[in-house]
Design a protein around this ligand. Structure first.
Ligand code: IDP
Ligand code: MG
Length: 138
């Protein structure tokens, strides 16, 4: 399997609840390497662009309100098969269905405030890393 990079967000609920460090630590302990990190209050434009694929969904407004509601810790992880494997550590989208042992299964209950985002494909990862790290990685 190829070494990949993926964009992870510890969303505003994670930062507000003091869980950003725990989230980074879980990924680090799994073996991923941090390749960049940035605390950012997303603008409306950044939130809408990040979640553009959901523009027509009924929850889009609520989702953008949420992602812009406070600081988000954006970071890039690198590792073997990082895109799919990081999403398994994150857990199912709806925390009601997330397995215990996953981040959402251990720390989240509802949506849209389900704690963490992870890119879902190589194309998404490339697009999202460029979006959140427009000035490049460290
Ligand atoms: P993902 O984050 O697991 O990739 P997506 O289906 O891409 O899940 O949805 C993006 C985000 O939109 C979710 O993480 C969650 O915050 C929010 N979301 C998804 N479905 C709903 C919903 O039915 N109600 C409210 N928010 C939702
Ligand atoms: Mg998604």
């Amino acid at each position: 399997m190829a070494v990949e990079r993926t964009l992870i967000l510890a969303k505003p609920d994670a930062v507000q609840r003091g869980l950003a460090g725990e989230i980074v630590a879980r990924f680090e302990r799994r073996g991923f390497v941090l390749r960049g990190a940035r605390l950012v209050v997303a603008s409306r434009e950044l939130g809408e662009t990040h979640y553009a694929e959901h523009r027509e969904k009924p929850f889009f407004g609520e989702l953008v309100d949420f992602i812009t509601s406070g600081p988000t810790l954006a970071f890039v992880l690198e590792g073997e098969g990082a895109i799919a494997t990081a999403r398994r550590t994150i857990g199912a989208t709806n925390p009601a269905n997330s397995e215990p042992g996953t981040l959402r299964g251990d720390f989240a209950l509802a949506m849209p405030n389900n704690l963490v985002h992870g890119s879902d494909s190589p194309e998404s990862a490339e697009r999202e890393i460029a979006l959140w790290f427009a000035d490049g990685l460290a």
